[in-house]
Ligand binder design. Structure first.
Ligand code: ZN
Length: 313
């Protein structure tokens, strides 16, 4: 297979979505890009694969042609803005998108009235087989267990469980296989990014240390770039072991987070949902900020369900 050299044209559009056109030229990989010039129509003769692209507070490497990579974080801090990003490389055309949603949290409309949803650009067409690694557990408060909380969350997403009397039966499915000693491929170094390719293709959830304190959980996912909607290949979820977690709201709760609710949110990412702004859609499960000592996020809102039905009718 011939080495590739790439001509790159960069342009930014609204919503921080960026496309990079890459034309194949012989001789490529000897000349990796050190940067991509943010200049519409400009061309750079270098190989951009693995070049880090920054958008907001996040950055990701440009993945190989035909693949995609994404990251999303849910925060305990309403002023956090760098919360999701996605880079897809379809036949040499790279699309970068992110959603920033910082802002003052309003009361918003109720979860059952808020129809907003955003799609990340991929879906999971298979029965999603996944594992849990319970090593390095965060501070667990009260009864229940992390793995049962995560399993409940998976089923809430695939059954579209809600308190809104919305009857929905999306076609996505999950299959919890069991515990594993594999680690979720979530970078444990503060500020590090998801890798351009996964080191395994096993879907692993578990505990991660070293995340920013305000990052409650982080999902890294990888996909196969396709015209239209990409196809998920692997998704790993890491929960912040430095935080306090529960699955049954404790009496006198203080600064602890609902594992079920946060996990439902992460499962939303696994199945292709992007964030709803915490400023304007604070009551949806896909809001990018989670408050302590509430279980509200574990019940899907109208927009969360409409997003799932858009991908899995
Ligand atoms: Zn998120």
């Amino acid at each position: 297979m011939a080495k590739r050299q790439s001509c790159i044209a960069v342009s930014f559009a609204l919503m921080a979505s960026m496309t990079i056109g890459m034309a194949d030229v012989a001789g490529a990989a000897q000349n990796p890009c050190s940067s991509i010039v943010n200049e519409s129509g400009s061309e750079v003769t270098c190989d951009p694969i693995d070049l880090e692209i920054s958008s907001g507070e996040l950055s990701l490497p440009i993945p190989a042609i035909g693949t995609s990579v994404g990251v999303a974080e849910i925060s305990s801090n309403p002023s956090d803005s760098g919360d999701s990003m996605y880079v897809a490389n379809l036949d040499g055309v790279v699309t970068v998108s992110d959603l920033t949603s910082a802002g003052v949290i309003s009361s918003g409309v109720s979860a059952c009235s808020d129809s907003f949803y955003a799609l990340a650009g991929y879906k999971e067409s298979d029965n999603h087989a996944w594992y849990f690694n319970n090593a390095g557990s965060g501070n667990w408060i009260g009864s229940g267990s992390a793995v049962s909380a995560d399993l409940s969350a998976a089923n809430i997403i695939t059954n579209a469980t809600n308190n809104c009397s919305i009857v929905a039966n999306p076609t996505n499915r999950n299959n919890y296989v069991g515990l594993t000693t594999l680690h979720p491929q979530i970078p444990i170094v503060l500020g590090a990014n998801c890798a351009s390719i996964p080191t395994d293709t096993v879907n692993v959830h578990g505990w991660v240390s070293g995340l920013a304190y305000t990052t409650l959980a982080r999902t890294c996912w990888w996909g196969i770039a396709r015209p239209g909607t990409d196809e998920l290949s692997t998704a790993d979820v890491g929960f912040n072991s430095a935080r306090n977690w529960f699955s049954t709201l404790p009496a006198n709760c203080s600064n602890a987070f609902d594992m079920v609710g946060v996990a439902v949110h992460e499962w939303g990412h696994v199945y292709g949902l992007d964030h709803a702004s915490s400023a304007t859609h604070p009551n949806l499960t896909m809001s990018s900020v989670s408050a302590p000592c509430t279980v509200a996020q574990r019940s899907l809102g109208k927009g969360d369900i409409l997003g799932l039905l858009a991908l899995y009718p």
